[in-house]
Design a protein around this ligand. Structure first.
Ligand code: NDP
Ligand SMILES: O=C(O)C1=N[C@H](C(=O)O)C[C@H](O)C1
Length: 238
């Protein structure tokens, strides 16, 4: 498969290695220093583009991919205020867009476990809920996209909570998310249910970026040739 990379940072470089290892070709690399590459014939020849850039630049990159007729797989976080526009373009204009706040298979198993535990905990109001996420110091957004997805999984299932907040809970119905930025940590997420008598917690700890990158390449293999707004639930069967 011919892959274009948009964003050649930590994720772009890891994805390149994994894609080459799976027999794919990297036909174009667009980064901050060569934005015009996105208009090139090489870019347009790609079966799919994999986009990992920044919260501020992702949406414009999606628009360029749509204009070039190249399906896009993106893992960039912090741009979700525009997600409805992207969904509408997929539905009405037949564009292809695959998004995941976290492409790791382990994290997606953790997402399912989080929802299952939340359903159980809905019946046990003695437990209060909080979340902690730790990432490297270069991360631009907080809380992480993964933490937001986890919080949404709890909110769907626990009636006594109605929103997430960053750092402090302002009312009993809030789920506080504590975001720590430390060294070069690839990503840790932990959800804690605490009562007066005990604590129940679940945790995912990424050892490197390899799991995120492998998931993104598998998603690209899945998305190429398909139409619409796609996500991990379309690809993974639990
Ligand atoms: N969904 C998932 O599974 C995962 C998501 N992420 C998310 O992916 C994003 C990228 O992460 P990461 O690779 O670690 O970040 P990096 O900062 O290492 O890489 C981003 C790259 O994009 C470049 N860039 C900035 N603007 C543009 C632009 N307009 N066009 C093309 N390239 C551009 C940056 O250049 P420069 O540095 O010169 O500005 C940099 O090389 C983040 O939002 C992060 O949260 C990360 C890991 C997993
Ligand atoms: O910025 C990162 O590094 C990561 N970002 C994603 C997020 O915001 O959830 C996924 C992963 O945790 C690494």
């Amino acid at each position: 498969m011919k892959i274009a990379l948009i964003g050649y940072g930590k994720m772009g470089k890891t994805i390149e290695q994994i894609a080459l290892g799976r027999g794919h070709q990297i036909v174009s690399i667009v980064d901050i220093n060569n934005p015009e590459e996105i208009h090139s014939d090489n870019f347009k020849s790609a079966d799919v583009a994999i986009e990992f850039t920044t919260p501020a630049t992702a949406f414009n990159n999606y628009m360029q991919c749509f204009a070039a007729g190249v399906p896009v797989v993106s893992g960039t976080t912090g741009w979700l205020d525009k997600i409805e526009q992207v969904k509408e373009m997929c539905e009405k204009e037949g564009k292809t867009f695959f998004y995941a706040s976290n492409f790791s298979i382990g994290v997606n198993i953790f997402f399912a476990l989080n929802k299952y535990l939340a359903k159980i905990m809905n019946n046990f109001p003695a437990y209060d809920i909080k979340m902690m996420e730790t990432h490297h110091i270069h991360k631009l957004d907080a809380p992480s996209g993964t933490a937001i997805t986890l919080a949404e999984g709890i909110l769907e299932n626990v009636d006594r909570k109605d929103r997430w907040t960053l750092e402090t809970a302002e009312k009993a119905t809030d789920i506080p998310i504590h975001a720590i930025r430390e060294g070069e940590v690839p990503g840790i997420h932990e959800i804690t249910y605490e009562s007066d008598v005990d604590t129940v917690s679940i945790k995912h700890d990424a050892k490197s970026r390899a799991g995120f990158a492998l998931g993104a390449v598998i998603a690209a293999e899945f998305a190429a040739g398909k139409k619409g707004f796609l996500g991990m639930d379309d690809m993974l069967k639990f």
